[in-house]
Design a protein around this ligand. Structure first.
Ligand code: MG
Ligand code: MG
Length: 255
């Protein structure tokens, strides 16, 4: 699954992935508009599926894994870090923080991106968590340069988050992406600089810091998907699919 050789993309492949990323960003922008009290997490999935359908695209999440993931996006509230299953009984409330992850398959190529945002007013503690997690993603992206190693990216993310007094997940990692949802190399959210795979132009990697306020420990709920913080503290998740180039890193999952 994590074959390092398959991750180099041609310019033509990158062009398709950029379009996949644009569509994915369009889906997430639509979902973001709907983060209001009273909306259910299933409503968010329905809106995402409508946008995907309008582009003749599907999400690689639906049917993925065992038990098969049932929906096109994951929606994770508050202490839920990732892989929350949309539910028609689950309503958003003022002050919730909502992590939404979406993948898009376009012409056979996958883009993968996520964000966390608040519903109405959120606590200063939650706002700090969101700010640090999003910045950690961009700190990592800045290390996505030809000749750097995956450990340079991982260490930058870990050091940034921990220097802000928060914790990064150990078990869940960034990953190569493109021809399939998970390719090599893996890019953990913790690591040691100057170790790991060397980054080369044409590599496409989904970086995804997952940050927790109280502990790095997590557990999986009985639904076998939803990952929550072990201590019930708030969590956040930001993700972009990024291409390594000859120069600046290229973020594919933007409008
Ligand atoms: Mg994702
Ligand atoms: Mg991912």
């Amino acid at each position: 699954m994590f074959d390092r050789q398959i991750n180099i993309k041609t310019p033509a492949e990158l062009k398709i992935m950029r379009e996949a990323g644009r569509i994915n960003a369009t889906v997430l922008a639509k979902v973001r508009e709907l983060l209001q009290p009273g909306m259910t997490t299933a409503d968010l999935n329905a809106a995402a599926e409508e946008v995907l359908k309008s582009y003749n695209c599907v999400s690689p999440f639906k049917g993925y894994g065992r038990p098969p993931f049932p929906t096109s996006i994951t929606v994770s509230l508050n202490d839920e870090m990732v892989h929350g299953i949309p539910n028609p009984k689950r309503k958003l409330k003022e002050g919730d923080i909502v992590s939404v992850d979406c993948g898009t398959i376009h012409e056979g190529y996958v883009a993968d991106s996520a964000f966390t945002a608040g519903v109405g007013e959120i606590s200063p503690e939650a706002a700090h968590l969101l700010k640090v997690t999003e910045e950690a993603l961009f700190v990592g992206i800045q290390k996505m340069r030809k000749g750097n190693r995956t450990g340079d990216v991982s260490a930058a993310i870990q050091n940034f988050v921990e220097s802000n007094g928060l914790h990064v997940t150990r078990e869940y990692t960034g990953h190569g992406v493109g021809r399939t949802m998970h390719e090599g190399p893996q890019v953990p959210n913790i690591g040691i600089a100057r170790t790991g795979a060397v980054l080369k132009p044409g590599m496409t990697i989904a970086l995804e810091p997952m940050v927790l306020i109280g502990t790095f420990q997590t557990r999986v709920l009985p639904d076998q998907w939803t990952v929550v913080s072990a201590d019930g503290s708030l969590t956040a998740h930001f993700e972009h699919t990024v291409a390594v180039t000859e120069g600046e890193p290229l973020i594919l999952t933007v409008l």
